[in-house]
Design a binder for this molecule. Structure first.
Ligand SMILES: [Mg+2]
Length: 180
């Protein structure tokens, strides 16, 4: 048995596609793509973690538009079936039978929980951890006696993990490269 630590966003879930779905929905309310993009960048800086609510609050602040609570609920009603990747489900399902799978993701608690739950992958994981920063802190706090694999799309994070934990096998994996 091995311990396999997976990242969520853009590793096993196509967050880039989700972002486009959210952007398209906001733009369909008559908000320019420039405002949608700029407000996205601002919300990420100001709030630490992205959520559609944070994004919409910035749009309401910087544009003439006032996105109503009803429209906000419509934006947040995401069709997650569009984001299902059967190959990933198959891989996780088979890995979970003989290994200990840990999901380790950084982000807003509620928005991460929503995405993880709706993506239908939680059943393959023996542990799910949503942290607000620094995956290495989570790993430092654990004692692993089995082989550990760390699978993640973010190269900057992978570099740190490789350096801090030379025994962990780090695998660069980005779902967007397989599913544009
Ligand atoms: Mg990621």
């Amino acid at each position: 048995m091995s311990i396999i630590i997976f990242d969520f966003d853009d590793t096993i879930f196509n967050t880039r596609k989700l972002k486009k779905t959210i952007f398209d929905k906001i733009e369909s309310l008559g908000i320019s793509s420039e405002i949608v993009k700029n407000s996205y960048e601002i919300s990420k800086k100001r709030f630490n973690h992205y959520t559609p609510d944070n994004h919409i609050s910035i749009i309401n602040e910087m544009s003439d538009h006032d996105i109503s609570p009803k429209q906000t609920a419509e934006i947040k009603a995401i069709d997650f079936s569009l984001h299902r990747n059967d190959k990933i489900h198959d891989i996780l399902s088979s890995l979970s039978k003989k290994n200990h799978l840990i999901l380790l993701t950084i982000g807003d608690q509620n928005f991460q929980k929503l995405k993880i739950h709706k993506s239908g992958i939680s059943k393959y994981f023996h542990e799910i951890h949503i942290v607000s920063d620094r995956k290495e802190d989570f790993i430092s706090g654990r004692k692993f006696t089995d082989d550990v694999y760390f699978i993640n799309d973010k190269k900057s994070e992978n570099k740190i993990i490789k350096k801090m934990f030379p025994n962990i096998k780090v695998i660069d994996f980005n779902i967007n490269k397989r599913e544009p």
